[in-house]
Design a protein around this ligand. Structure first.
Ligand code: SF4
Length: 357
């Protein structure tokens, strides 16, 4: 039987929604046994979004689209609501001890995103509704390590803020972590949907970081994410709500005029942020890197990309899991690190640079 879903229903007359609205939604039947699953179903019905049931969130094989590229684009607008069965968390160095799995996949179209390769043939967006199981597993990891602090990264396989208007899962995670003496949460985002997080009790246990970049990088390589100004506005709100705040500048890309681009970025951050944001501010710096596999996938999915991936111009760095990465040669990497670090300290004398990699 051909189960290929069609998008033949007339497109619903949608109000102007700022946040992501999928074009197609799949539910695992058991997800409707959970309040979050039912709440998402009500939302889907209220917007008249086509939906189907599926036996497993790992086996969505019949997406519409005649070519691989069309299917990829549709996958990026497809939401799958399921149960997280694997409750063994991956490690997440250097930013945290563990990755906490609340979602997999993202609606953004960043050309350089590592999800292009790590999600392979499953680029659709999966959200998990069994939060109690996930929180219980997190508690187990915290207990195992105490009195050491255990940090969880919620953005290893997704951009959870992009999905927050649909799931509300970050809100639950933040509230849970507020009560954990030895647990901390962190996540990074390129989206600005933070309003629902502003009035919850966080106890300073969650650090929210915004991914920012030079204008050139945002303009050419980050389609379908929030504009820079919106991200900064959201960062200011987060600082105002007393959360520890951070910025990830990634990927740092060597491009014509990069010095001006990164200098302007730091100057704009300093202009836009309220005074209280500069205390306890962190920066993480990640230079652009790619694997051979990623280069092939990116060139297929974004054939006109301006992303420079010339292995002749790069340094090969052996990878722990077999496949090595191409990074900038030492001299260029050092120039990027030095220049950006200096600009950071010019504007934010008390900030901490957590790492450059
Ligand atoms: S927003 Fe983040 S997770 Fe989403 S595509 Fe861009 S880099 Fe990837």
């Amino acid at each position: 039987m051909d189960n290929t879903p069609t998008l033949e229903r007339p497109a619903p007359a949608r109000r102007v929604h700022e946040s992501f609205i999928p074009e197609l939604v799949y539910f695992e039947p058991a997800s409707l046994d959970y309040p979050k699953g039912r709440q998402i179903m009500d939302w889907v019905k209220s917007l008249d979004i086509p939906y189907q049931m599926t036996t497993s969130h790992n086996r969505i094989t019949n997406l519409p689209g005649d070519t691989e590229l069309e299917q990829y684009k549709i996958a990026k607008r497809t939401l799958v609501v399921g149960i997280r069965k694997t409750l063994k968390f991956d490690t997440s160095k250097p930013s945290a001890e563990y990755a906490i799995p609340i979602a997999t996949g993202c609606m953004g179209h960043c050309h350089y995103c590592y999800l292009q390769t790590t999600l392979g043939a499953k680029p659709y967006i999966r959200v998990y509704v069994n939060m109690d199981d996930i929180l219980e597993a997190a508690k187990g990891y915290i207990d195992e390590r105490k009195p050491e602090i255990t940090r969880f990264e919620a953005a290893c396989t997704s951009d959870p803020v992009g999905l927050e208007p649909i799931t509300g899962s970050l809100k639950e995670l933040i509230a849970f972590m507020a009560e954990q003496e030895y647990g901390r949460l962190r996540f990074v985002t390129k989206f600005h949907y933070v309003d629902s997080l502003l009035d919850i009790k966080h106890n300073g246990h969650t650090r929210i970081r915004f991914s920012v970049n030079a204008k050139y990088v945002i303009k050419h390589f980050e389609p379908s994410t929030s504009p820079f100004e919106k991200r900064i506005e959201a960062a200011a709100k987060i600082a105002g709500a007393g959360y520890p705040l951070g910025f990830i500048i990634a990927p740092i890309i060597w491009h014509e005029g990069w010095q001006d681009g990164y200098a302007e970025l730091l100057a704009e951050l300093a202009r836009a942020l309220p005074k209280e944001a500069s205390s306890n501010l962190t920066f993480e710096l990640i230079q652009h890197r790619f694997t051979k596999t990623a280069k092939n996938v990116i060139e297929k999915r974004y054939p006109r990309t301006k992303l420079e991936m010339d292995i002749e111009k790069r340094k090969y760095k052996w990878g722990r899991w077999g496949q090595g990465k191409y990074v900038y040669p030492d001299e260029q990497a050092e120039a990027l690190r030095m220049f950006i670090s200096e600009r950071i300290f010019d504007h934010f004398a008390d900030a901490k640079i957590e790492y450059f990699t």
